[in-house]
Design a protein around this ligand. Sequence first.
Ligand SMILES: [Zn+2]
Length: 503
Amino acid sequence: MGKLRGVSKIGCFLHLFCFMLLGTSSLCAKDIQVVNKATGSVIGKVQIVHAGRYDYVSIAELADVLSLSYRIHEKAKQISLTAGNTVITFSAINPFIQIGDQLSQIPLNILYRNGRYYAPLEFLVEKIRPWLTFNVSYDPGLSQLFVVQSTANIVRADIRDLANGSIIRITLTESLNKSNIFTSESNGWFYIDFYGGRIEPVHDFIHNHSKIIKSVRPIQLSDETARLSFQIRRSIMDKNVQVNANQVVITLRTRDSLSPDLLEELEKEREKWKIDVIIIDPGHGGKDPGAVGRSGLYEKDVVFSVAKYLKRELESRLPSVKVLMTRNGDKFIPLKKRTAFANQNGGKLFLSIHADANPARWLKGHTVYFLGPAKTDKARKVAQFENSVIKFEDSQEHYEGMSDLSFILGANAQNAYNKESQDLASLIDREITDVCDSRGHGVRQAQFFVLYGASMPNILVETAFLSNRNDERNLKNDRYLSNLAKAIANGIVKFKQRHEAAE
Ligand SMILES: [Zn+2]
């Protein structure tokens, strides 16, 4: 019931957007430049159409500027882009996007007018970026779309499991001679060295789940040699390497059954992954009130209530799980101590609960964040506010140097949890939308110090805006707070089921 109602509501809302787009596109269209970030040269222009608060772009026009091929399926009202080797299909008046064989979603519909398909640029860039052989970023403030030609020539690995092995397909941006590719194996790892290979260590290489290959690590071994390391769950009996132009295809034949030590290791691994301890972190506390509502409601009090409801809800629905809170009263706890507490107690999930505030008082609804470099100004500002509580702390040296760059490097350790954190964030986002009838701002990423040290999937929920009259009224209502807790718990329960079944 809740779900259906939510969907039709969004549909309705987007119709309005669509209508606005149809009516005013000629009035509020403007061009933005597409710029090569390395050279500063302008590659081309795309026309932006404003609808609501969002900038839309014609998908075909963007594809042309980025030199991506596309096809329009007029009957199905779809447009397909080819990015790298992946076909990405968008459907008119639909938020779902088919990426390869997986379905993905953006927060807004694809709009359709006169045979053209329009997508909100910010979300479009976010969705296609992982599949491109170059990097793109959009800066709405500067009205520029940046293209960064990466120097890496090894850009991605796709894995397909077979009954008795795996096929690893590695995509390069140029062809390498087979004599420059060396493979070796030891202790459950399979290595491929590329002489003349360039790789970016932070690149997200594994794009699909494999039962046989547990993880992939890209490393630049030296100026000349790049290495891809594959952690294999079965022992390798036979291997074959083929080079076809810019693709390296490696077929690994493995034993059908798992060896006893591998089985034992897997079992241990599975136990480690079990979500048996959940850490709830009510934001702020003590001398730090957090955001303050129009009528004087403190963020620290609201989020503490939500946290208590959530603890109770989780304990009754997941009786075998230990639920701990980083603070049990109105106490000030430094940010780094919150994640240290989570790590020390063997936490498997970390949820920081907050309430938003913004000078734009009309802003309302929830936002769910996971840790990562902020992609929008708004996300950056929310993180800045939440991070500013370190001014209440006695020593701030732990946070020094957490600039964007050091963050990206330091966040390498976090990469292992990024996908999980994002999954958890989107499950909770959807539940809050449905259960609380709250219009979300989607899942976003930003650099929250409080999430930085958590060695587990971690998210931060901005439950609603204390600066909005309506939202503040909701946050004063115990029933609403308990519904928020129920929604968050629903997301956690779903995540737990999915996560534990996936291994
Ligand atoms: Zn807060």
